[in-house]
Every structure is written in structure tokens, then in C-alpha cells.
Ligand binder design. Structure first.
Ligand code: AVJ
Ligand code: FE
Length: 435
């Protein structure tokens, strides 16, 4: 299956090979020290068993590269249903006849061997499906890190040596400092060239009123003041749905914080809590209440993208403030740094957007006020279940990326989404305000 015509290839066969290999090394490293029991067990009703992710990564590659791209019969057609994310919601995945550790590893290897054979023959088409498969594995790595965080395996060691240090900037930031984003039309979404997910297209121009945007994400210390200032008790700060959710589940602080936080500034191995770092593991409901408590609101996703990309001087969207290249972790953006855990806010200056917002890519996913839907003229590609089936429900859009996001998948046009009560994501917020 070939997609809508792209002007040129998105990657070469050699780059596909390198990126696929790199993706797989990371996947295997993430689970290398996890016991069979922890790999195959259910740690949270929100998440799949880790070993399901392994088989699913293999099945996705077999479907898109072995079967659809190379035209080969599916290697394990009988597993298609077990690993179909849409047909099998996460809550029930513990019950599925998924492959156990050794068999899942074997499946990964067999699928990959066929992929490598076709790449060796030199044909990767326009590279779009290969890019899709590489990014799919990257995205599941972040999901697996969420599972690992929820599981809090006390023996777990982050597998990657700290080659990179999180970029730091001097000066305190609370997240409450604002910059102005002037009124004017701007370009939203991904252009015709290169790889982008269907939900980032078509690229279009939109009018945006002037607004104020947080210069950095809200940091833990600021969020703690909200908690201690009755943030979870003041009814007027919460939406009706948010309040019911909070009451029903007795929510009194972000996920992964301990109840007596003042006494215990530690969360778990993956996430030492630092007052200067962005708050994460808050739901959309909490983010919304926090913003209201500060006389602010969440930005729309359009405002978010404008603040991240729009260059007032040239009147053009910049793909990245630093140029066309993807972000380099620790230099441009605090991404892919999971040995360090959540990265310092207000970092790094090299990655500041033209209007002066810092840490928009990386640091932490940021909830927006927007519901997940297609842009005007949306066309599903290459499959409806990537985005379209989630449109028009309760999903809210998140933007940015986190310390667990790989640089290749991080872009200012990238749209993530989840339900407003979810807190397993490494997500916090940035506030906005009308002028
Ligand atoms: C974009 C993170 C919401 O995990 O459901 C993985 C990514 N899509 N496999 C998800 C995805 C198919 C997706 N998110
Ligand atoms: Fe998937």
C-alpha cells in the first residue's frame, strides 16, 4: 500500500535500517532487567502487560512492512486479533492469549528478519510505512515507561547510560510567568513534505486572537502550593465532571506523589521529585482546575502550536526554533533522558520558541483545552484506527513531549490525546490567559 504521493522519499533504505535497529535496541533494553513475572503481569488496569507491547510491536511491523509493503503473507495471522489495539482495549489485555516472553522475542526477531531482507533488496518505497513502523515502536516505548512507572519495580534500573545531561537554564521559573503571543493568522499542522501523522494534516491557516502564554510549564513547587492552598477542596475551581471524578477516586495530589509529600520528596526510581521540574501525572481535570485557580485557562491546541512555532517577524511557522533538524536531546529539548527522569523546566534556551516560550518540546506533555478531532479536510491514513476512531469522543489533546519521548517522534505539530481523567502520561500543563 502506497500513500498519497509525497514529493520525495522521507528516508533512505540505509536510514531506515539504522533507525529500525536503534528502535529495537531501546525496546529490548527497556525490558532487559524486568522479571518474567513483571513482564507478563498486569500492573494497572490502564496498561497492557509489558509483554503485550512486545508482541504488538512485532504484529504492527509484520502487518505494515511484511504484509502491506512487501506483499508477503502475515507471519502469524492468527495473532492479528490478539494484538489489535482497537479490538482489544487495554483493560482486558491481561486475559488475552498473548505470547509470553520467549515467544514474543522470537516473533519480534522473525518479523524483523523479513523486514531486513526487503530493505536489503533496496526497495523501501517512499519510506512512509517504514517511518510509521519506527515511530510506532518509539511511541510504545513511552507507553512501556508509563507502565514501568506505575509498576514501581524496586529493582528496575533505567537501562540507558547517561550520555546526555538534561539541559538547564539559569533563573527560577514557577510556570506562572507569561509571554505575549500577538494576534494574527498563523499556519497550523504539517506541510505536504516529509512524514506526518494523518491528524496533523492538512496544514491550514487560522486566525488567532492575541493571548498570554506560560513561558515554561508549571513546576512541582508551584503545583504543591496549589495543593496546600486547598486546590483539591475549592469546588469553584473545578468543572462538574472534574469534581465528580476527584470525589469518586479521592484524588488529593498528582499521581505518583505520595500523600505526605512534604516528608517524602521521592516518587520512585524513574521520577525523583524536584521542585523546579515540571509537574507530571496530572489529569486534564486537575490541569483545568489549577489554571482556573490562577485566573487562567488551558491554551487551545492552536494557541499552543502558534506559541511553539510562529515567527512574528517572518510570518512563518518554524518547524523548530533551531532549524529543520529534529531536536537533539539535552541540547534543544529535554527528551529521551530517562536516566535523568523528568527534566528541569525552563530549559533549554536553545530550544526557546520565537515568542520566547521554553521547554515546549520535551519537559512534559502539556494538556490543552481542545478536544481531539480532525482538521478541516482530514483524510485518514494509513488506517482509520490511528486517529479517526478517537475523534468526536471525550479525548483531549496533549502537545509537546516528555523525558520518555524519543526525539524522532517529537514535533510541534504532533498531537497526542487521552481521556481527561488519565494520569499515567508524563503530562502537566502550561497556562494561558486572554489579553
Ligand atoms: C498517540 C500515544 C495516543 O498509544 O494510543 C500506538 C500511539 N497508536 N499504537 C496510543 C499509538 C498506535 C497512540 N497515542
Ligand atoms: Fe500500537
Amino acid at each position: 500500500m502506497r500513500g498519497p504521493a509525497l514529493a520525495s522519499a522521507v528516508l533512505s533504505a540505509a536510514d531506515a535500517l539504522t533507525a529500525l535497529t536503534d528502535a529495537r535496541e531501546r525496546t529490548l533494553a527497556l525490558v532487559a532487567s524486568v522479571s518474567d513475572e513483571d513482564l507478563e503481569g498486569v500492573h494497572s488496569p490502564l496498561m497492557s502487560p509489558l509483554v503485550w507491547d512486545l508482541g504488538h510491536i512485532a504484529a504492527f511491523e509484520d502487518l505494515w512492512l511484511g504484509h502491506r509493503f512487501a506483499g508477503l503473507p502475515l507471519l502469524r495471522g492468527e495473532l492479528l486479533d490478539v494484538y489489535d489495539a482497537f479490538e482489544t482495549p487495554r483493560a482486558g489485555r491481561g486475559e488475552l492469549p498473548f505470547l509470553r516472553r520467549a515467544a514474543a522475542r522470537e516473533y519480534l526477531e522473525e518479523v524483523r528478519a523479513r523486514t531486513l531482507e526487503t530493505i536489503a533488496s533496496g526497495d523501501i518505497g517512499d519510506g512512509v510505512l517504514h517511518e510509521l513502523v519506527i515511530r510506532h515502536e518509539h511511541q510504545h516505548n513511552e507507553t512501556m515507561l508509563q507502565t514501568l512507572q506505575l509498576a514501581r519495580l524496586d529493582y528496575y534500573e533505567p537501562p540507558v547510560p547517561s550520555r546526555k545531561r538534561p539541559a538547564k537554564a539559569s533563573g527560577a521559573a514557577t510556570g506562572l510567568e507569561l509571554v505575549e503571543v500577538p494576534a494574527g493568522a498563523c499556519t497550523i499542522g504539517a506541510g505536504e513534505c516529509g512524514f506526518a501523522y494523518d491528524n496533523e494534516r492538512p496544514c491550514h491557516r487560522t486566525d488567532v486572537r492575541g493571548f498570554m502564554m506560560g513561558r515554561t510549564p508549571i513546576v512541582n513547587a508551584t503545583y504543591l502550593r496549589f495543593v496546600e492552598g486547598g486546590g483539591y477542596e475549592r469546588r469553584e475551581w473545578w468543572s462538574d465532571e472534574g469534581w465528580s471524578w476527584k470525589e469518586e477516586y479521592d484524588i488529593t495530589h498528582p499521581g505518583a506523589w505520595t500523600a505526605d509529600l512534604a516528608a517524602e520528596w521521592r516518587l520512585g526510581k524513574l521520577q525523583p521529585l524536584d521542585p523546579d521540574r515540571p509537574v507530571v501525572h496530572v489529569s486534564w481535570f486537575e490541569a483545568d482546575a489549577f489554571a482556573r485557580a490562577h485566573g487562567a485557562r488551558l491554551p487551545t491546541e492552536i494557541e499552543w502550536e502558534k506559541a511553539a512555532t510562529w515567527d512574528q517577524e517572518t510570518q512563518e511557522a518554524r518547524l523548530h526554533p533551531w532549524g529543520e533538524e529534529p531536536p537533539e536531546p539535552g541540547v534543544h529539548a529535554n527528551l529521551d533522558l530517562f536516566e535523568a527522569g523528568p527534566s528541569p523546566a525552563r530549559a533549554p534556551p536553545a530550544g526557546a520558541s520565537p515568542c520566547g516560550c521554553r521547554g515546549m518540546i520535551g519537559d512534559g506533555w502539556e494538556w490543552t483545552s481542545s478536544a481531539f478531532d480532525g482538521y478541516p479536510g482530514f483524510v485518514a491514513y494509513p488506517y482509520r484506527e490511528y486517529s479517526e476512531v478517537f475523534f468526536g469522543h471525550d479525548y483531549k489533546v496533549l502537545r509537546g513531549g516528555s523525558w520518555a519521548t524519543r526525539a524522532r517522534v517529537a514535533a510541534p505539530t504532533f498531537r497526542n490525546w487521552d481521556l481527561p481523567q488519565r494520569r499515567q502520561i508524563f503530562a502537566g500543563l502550561r497556562i494561558a490567559r486572554d489579553i
